[in-house]
Structure formats: C-alpha cells, structure tokens
Design a protein. Structure first.
Length: 587
C-alpha cells in the first residue's frame, strides 16, 4: 500500500522551478504583468503564430531548434525558429495568393510533421481560423466537422485525401482549396481538384506581413473528444497565447534549454496547446513524433533525444505499465526531470509506478477543450497526493459549486462534492460552441464557468476528480464517482482496466455495475468474479461497491483514450449508442 503523499525535496531538483507553489506566488500573479512576455504586433494587435515563432525568429533565438522532427527509423530533421518563421510565411503567402481571406476556416488533416506546423502557423498568420483534425478519423467524422466548421481550405497528404476525403468532397460545398503534400514518397501524381503544397511553397513569397488580429480575434476551432455525446466545436482566440505561455511556464516548468515532448495528437486540443504553442511560446525545442504507440520506441525517444519534460496521457502510461518494468529499466533517462499527464483521471498506481520505474512521479493535471489550457495541476515543487489532479495554477480561480434552482450558485466547502467552476475570464477561455449559442450561455453563471466535471477540494486545497456529471451514479441517496470505484478495482492484481456505470434500480435509484478486463495471465471465472465483488465491498463499503460485475475483453474508449461509459450504459440498457465518431475500436 502506498503512502498518501509523495513528498519532494526541493534541494534534489536539478533546476529551480518556475513556480515554488507558495501562496505569495499566487497572490503576486497578474495576467497584465505576464502579458509583458509577449511582444504584440507592431500595430498593437496580437497574433498567436507571431508570438510563437516570429518573436523568437527576430531575436537571439533565430538559430535555436524549434522542432526536432523524428522519422520512424530514429533519424530526423531540425527546424530552427528562423526557418519555421520563413516557412510559415510561405504558407501564409500561398493562401493569400489563392485569395483566401482572414476569418476563413483552414482545416489541417496532418500527422505530426512539418506540414502540420506550417498549416497551423501559416493559417494563423493570415488571420484564418485553423481547425486540426485527427488523421485516424474516417470520412464521416471528417465530413461532419468540416461541414459544421465550413472549412474553405484543407491541408492534407495525398494518401489521406485519397482514402478519406475524395469520396466526400462533393458534400463539402464550402471547400474551395485542397492542398496536398506527399507523405508516402513517390505518390506525386496530380489528383484532380487539388494543389501541390510543396510546389506552391517553393514559388511563394517568404516575406509576409502578419494580419492585424487582436487578442479577441478567432484563431482555433477544436472539437471536443465526444466522450459524453456529439463532439462540440469549440472556438478559441489569439489571446489564448497568454494562457499557453503561462501554463507552459508554471504547470510544465519549461526552461529555455528544455527538450520537450508532448505525445498527444494535434487532433485533440492537447496536441495543439502543448504540442504546438506552449513550447514555441517559451522558445524551447519540441520533439515531434508522429508514429503510433510503441513502448520500446517511446523509451528510445526519451533516452536518445534527451527529453527533459514529457507531457503524456493516462492511456499511454497504462500501455507502458503493461509493457513491463524490465523494458523501462533497460533504458536510462538522466535528462528527464518532469513528467505530466492529462485527459483522464490518473490512478494513484500510475503516479507511483512512474516514481518506481522511471525514477519520476507522474504529475496529473486537469483541463478541457473549453479551457484552452491547463487550469489545475500538480507542479514540480508541490508534494503530490496521488489520485488528485493538484491545485489551481496562478491566475486561475476555482471553486466547487452547485447550481441551485433559479441559477444562483451555492459555493461548497472543503470535501463537499460539486461542480468544478472557474472564474471567468482567462485568456484561453473558449468564446463559442459553434452553432450552439444557448449551450454556450448555459455554461456560465455570473462570473463563473461551470465545467461539467464533479470534484471535491480537500483542506489543503487539492482538487479530486469525482466524475463527469453525466457519469456520476446516484445510489441510495449517495453520489458515487466512477473513478474512485474503478481505481479501487484496479488495485486488484488481476484487473487491467475497469469502468463502472449506474443501472436504474427501483429501490436504490441506481446500482453500480462494473466492467472489468483482466491482465495477461488471468482468466475470467466465477471465483474471480466473486473475489472482485468482495474486494470492492471491503475497500469501498457496501453502498459504493459494484453489485454486478462483467468481464470484457476491452473497454470502449475514444481515440484519445478516454473511457466512454455512456456506450457501456447504452449497451447495457439497450438504448441507442449515439455519436460514435470518436470511438477507438468499434465492437
Ligand atoms: P465531450 O465534451 O465531447 O464529451 P471530452 O470532455 O472528453 O469530450 P475533452 O475536452 O478532450 O473532451 O476532455 C476534457 C475532459 O476530460 C474533462 O472535462 C474531464 O472530464 C476529463 N479530464 C481531463 N483531464 C483530466 C484529469 N486530469 N482528471 C480527470 N479527468 C480529466
Ligand atoms: Mg467535455
């Protein structure tokens, strides 16, 4: 059994953290003061791409490596801030020459490679709204998102276009320009109705005057993961740069000489806020790796690239844990000094596993597409309470509330369970759900944004995730958070993954049903079934413990690795499955 707190000795840290997590640091924080770190446009505006790249390219950082783009065989190429500035200028010039206007929507369906960065940064320089899509989406999710976003430009590879877009092209009336690059080596045949990106780049002007966007100009359109329903189109502005900068500095502790690796795909907001913007805004080197997960290769990247700060997700950590400690221990990571995770609750087991096997604990942090950047985090200098997502960052005011009748908020005290609310505004706060004004308005009560996640705050100010409000189970008058029940089941040596749902019950309101997949070497049996129910009762008490348990091969997850409890529930109750466009493996 692990201890409840993972303490840190500040004297052991290789670098002085950017934030020592003192009360003073929070009190002294001001967004206005932080904003001095950004240059602003010569005319007084603000542009995310200018801040991320051009600001550095015009200064001492011109030759510093911005991107280290790796190929599958361990080779790669370095792109400096100066080169990235010029190349993204060229992309902006291409769009301008085509007649694309500021405000138009540029969709980017690219893996993690140079073209992704050129599309995103170049589109922003022209003042377009950029929307990155996940490459593993099939034609239908691409069509839905591009129709909703009225994309007029699409940047993608020839192979992806052939496989996923050609057949839906005529159902995208707003789409005027398709720019293709060839990522398959040799696949250069001209495809009707498309343009060749690299030819156009070669002819384009490398001087470009950035559009006069302001902090309030729309910049990015992101789609939520679709865990709880149809994905929402979330609109962000150029001013988000300040949140990206501040969170890169305080939550991820980025320092000038860092080699940073964010392993998230740009199709999800983590892959842009932290895969693209935060490291560039802080002038550090990012490792860019676009291949599918492979434990051995991931350890090799950490080792060979001398990654210092790594931002990943529970789903990847689970896979690394599954690959075994021996594999991890056959690699060495002397440069690595900070590991963070986001996207789902991080089980305490995983935090300790990091400490024991990688030599560093994993630091959970919380945010969502709507917040645009990290809001609550375990930071370098803080002791970790494994299972907690940490404390609000400087500049973030959080509260635990309930929304009573008539909309007035009730503020809850320590250890009470309620909605996680954030005081608005902050720079990366979303500005719209595309086409759903009423839904957007409903998220705000007075000066507070309600996240839709249920949490509790302990007496030390740490926040604990209870569950999404849609997933929380109400049984015999108790509120049961699925995460607590799942974490407890996962402490059993036979359990690989667990998910719980509430099943309607005439007497209790709902009862808890668990779905469990087993680790390699364990087989489902009545005895194990009874043992797991007993394990749950012993750890959680009869009220909270699952009453029913079913063994499954695998649990339904979104492509970004999030548990889709709503699907388990729909299947269990024989209800329609709803939007499954984000589902990882249809079953
Ligand atoms: P949708 O809104 O379409 O249902 P989604 O909420 O999963 O999808 P994202 O914005 O990608 O889409 O995910 C944010 C959500 O992920 C948070 O609201 C929270 O429920 C969950 N989450 C993120 N980080 C954490 C964390 N550290 N601990 C617990 N949950 C987290
Ligand atoms: Mg959500």
């Amino acid at each position: 059994m692990h201890r409840a707190i993972l303490k840190k000795n500040l004297a052991d840290l290789p670098l002085t953290p950017n934030w020592l997590d003192s009360v003073q640091a929070r009190e002294a924080f001001s967004w206005q003061v932080q904003a001095h770190a950004l240059a602003g446009l010569p005319g007084g505006g603000l542009n995310l791409a200018y801040e991320a790249v051009d600001r550095h390219a015009q200064g001492a950082h011109r030759r510093h490596t911005a991107l280290r783009i790796l190929d599958r065989n361990g080779g790669g190429c370095d792109i400096s801030y100066g080169e990235l500035s010029t190349l993204s200028n060229r992309f902006a010039s291409v769009l301008k020459t085509l007649g694309v206007r500021p405000g138009e929507r540029v969709f980017v369906l690219c893996g993690r490679g140079l073209e992704l960065y050129l599309g995103v940064l170049g589109g922003l320089k022209l003042g377009c709204v950029v929307s990155p899509l996940f490459c593993a989406f099939g034609p239908q999710p691409i069509e839905t998102r591009m129709r909703l976003g009225e994309g007029s430009v699409l940047l993608t590879s020839a192979a992806l276009y052939r496989r996923k877009v050609a057949a839906i092209r005529e159902r995208l009336p707003a789409l005027k320009h398709v720019l293709l690059f060839d990522d398959q080596g040799g696949d250069t045949a001209q495809i009707e109705g498309t343009l060749n990106l690299h030819q156009l780049l070669a002819q384009a002007d490398e001087a470009f005057t950035v559009a006069d966007t302001t902090a309030d100009s729309p910049a990015l359109l992101h789609f939520t993961s679709g865990t709880t329903g149809t994905p929402k189109g979330v609109l962000h502005v150029h001013g988000a740069a300040l949140t990206h900068y501040v969170t890169g500095k305080y939550a991820l502790d980025l320092h000038p000489d860092d080699v940073f690796w964010c392993s998230a795909d740009p199709g999800w907001v983590t892959g842009t806020s932290y895969g693209i913007f935060a490291p560039l805004l802080l002038g550090v080197t990012s490792v860019v790796e676009g291949n599918e997960f492979d434990a051995e290769r991931w350890y090799r990247i950490l080792e060979q690239q001398q990654v210092t700060v790594w931002y990943t997700a529970p789903t990847a950590i689970r896979l690394l844990m599954k690959a075994g400690a021996a594999l991890a221990r056959s690699h060495h990571f002397p440069s690595l000094r900070f590991i963070a995770s986001v996207g789902e609750p991080l089980n305490p087991e995983a935090v300790w596993w990091g400490k024991e096997v990688l030599g560093l604990p994993i630091h959970d942090n919380w945010w969502q597409t709507e917040t645009g950047g990290i809001m609550i985090a375990n930071t370098v200098a803080m002791p970790i309470k494994p299972g907690s997502m940490g404390k609000p960052l400087p500049g973030v005011e959080a509260a635990v509330v309930t929304r009573a009748q008539g909309q007035a908020l009730v503020f809850l005290g320590d250890n009470e369970v309620g909605d996680l609310a954030l005081k608005q505004p902050w720079p990366a706060m979303f500005r719209a759900y595309l086409g759903q004004e009423e839904r957007y308005r409903h998220c705000f009560v007075g000066e507070w944004y309600l996240s839709g996640d249920l949490v509790r705050r302990d007496a030390d100010g740490y926040y604990w995730f209870i569950g999404r409000s849609d997933d929380v189970i109400k049984s015999a008058g108790h509120l049961i958070g699925p995460f607590e029940v799942e974490s407890s089941l996962m402490e059993h040596p036979a359990v690989a993954e667990a998910a719980v749902i509430g099943k309607p019950d005439p007497l209790l309101g709902e009862t808890v049903k668990a779905f469990v997949s087993l680790k390699h070497g364990f087989a489902a049996s009545q005895a194990l079934h009874d043992e797991l129910l007993g394990h749950g009762r012993k750890r959680l008490g009869a009220v909270v413990a699952p009453k029913e348990l079913e063994f499954v091969e695998a649990l339904p997850r979104t492509r970004s690795g999030k548990l889709m409890r709503r699907l388990l529930k729909a299947r269990e109750l024989g209800l329609p499955e709803g939007d499954t466009s984000s589902l990882e493996r249809p079953s």
